[in-house]
Design a protein around this ligand. Structure first.
Ligand SMILES: [Zn+2]
Length: 344
């Protein structure tokens, strides 16, 4: 536990000024509600809300939300809107603008283009739009980015194979890794061959595990699916031997505090293993998961950690440095971000 210095708890302003990296951010969970409302009006997509304010209530996970399944249902409202031509380009571009205003210098944005594809647009065209939006916005803001393409536990192996094909085709054009997302009661072993193919071709794999399910999902992620990073992994608190193994292997943890509260992965921050894992030598990182759905920013997440565990600015800087090491980056960008955080 860090002790409070005379400087006290780091302020929102200090934290916003700290160069930060968001390594676990879902594009469809980061859409501004105002944009969602405008896009729906323009595209004449019927909405279950008549005002932006009402819509906000529907697309934000309720504080009473208690399961990952319930949390994921919030997303169903997004999909018809995000299928409109041009929507994903705009959403991607605004993600970079929002990152820049929050002091985020690098964002790894993840999504599954298959979920936005439809009769008017192929998954490949969706991905092209997102790359276009990220690229054009990042020319104006000093935010670098990488794309993590998501496979889904609930999609067929054939569709997930297509996601890996797409990831491999766009490696070198912005796609930096493959993820596995979706309800964890769907085992991931059927997707092992697809993820293995991604790894064999040089694309690293991160897996959502140990969020709603227990330690076996983490074992599956590292032994069967070859994850070199884990999304959430709060279940490590239940298995010390596994935890030691994950730390020793240098497998980075993508932690998302507010999201874990909303999905019921933890009952309160006092039972969140983040600080214990950090002290046990894990490479832990702080991330937003779904900024809009969770009603958070990366600055908010750092502030939450500082308030909960008494971190000082130097410890928050260490968290940002850990994210630089865990990020899927080329050597040049990593070196640049390393010195950016060090000089902060
Ligand atoms: Zn996630």
């Amino acid at each position: 536990m860090g002790h409070f210095s005379s400087e006290g708890v780091p302020s929102t302003r200090d934290i916003r000024a700290l160069p930060k990296l968001d390594l676990h951010c879902h594009l469809d969970g980061a859409v501004r509600t105002a944009t969602l409302f405008e896009l729906a009006l323009e595209g004449e997509v019927p909405l279950p809300a008549s005002s932006e304010e009402e819509l906000k209530g529907l697309v934000r996970a309720p504080a009473s939300c208690s399961s990952l399944r319930e949390f994921l249902r919030t997303f169903e409202i997004f999909y018809p809107i995000l299928k409109l031509p041009g929507a994903m380009r705009r959403v991607a571009s605004e993600l970079i603008e929002d990152a820049a205003s929050d002091g985020v210098v690098h964002v790894e944005v993840r999504f599954c283009p298959e979920l936005q594809a439809g009769p008017d647009m192929s998954a490949e065209e969706v991905l092209e739009e997102v790359i276009d939006g990220l690229r054009s916005a990042s020319e104006l803001a000093s935010v670098s980015w990488g794309i993590i393409l998501c496979c889904y536990r609930t999609l067929s192996p054939a569709i997930n194979e297509r996601m890996v094909d797409l990831a491999l085709a766009f490696a070198g054009r912005g796609v930096v890794a493959v993820d596995l997302a979706g309800p964890e009661d769907h085992a991931g072993h059927e997707l092992a061959p697809a993820l293995q193919r991604a790894r064999a071709s040089g694309l690293p794999v991160t897996v959502h595990a140990g969020e709603a399910a227990g330690p076996p999902s983490i074992l599956e992620a590292i032994d069967e699916l070859g994850a070199c990073r884990l999304g959430h992994a709060v279940a490590l608190r239940e298995d010390e031997e596994l935890s030691t193994r994950v730390a020793a292997a240098g497998i980075a943890l993508e932690c998302c505090l507010t999201s874990n509260l909303l999905t019921g992965a933890v009952s309160g921050l006092d039972s969140h293993p983040f600080d214990a894992l950090r002290r046990a030598g894990h490479l832990v990182t702080l991330n937003t998961d779904d900024p809009s759905v969770c009603g958070t920013t990366l600055t908010d997440e750092y502030l939450l950690a500082a308030r909960t565990w008494g971190y000082e600015m130097s410890e928050l800087r260490d968290l940002s440095s850990a994210a630089v090491e865990a990020a899927f980056l080329d050597d040049e960008t990593r070196a640049r971000l390393r010195s950016l955080v060090r000089q902060a």
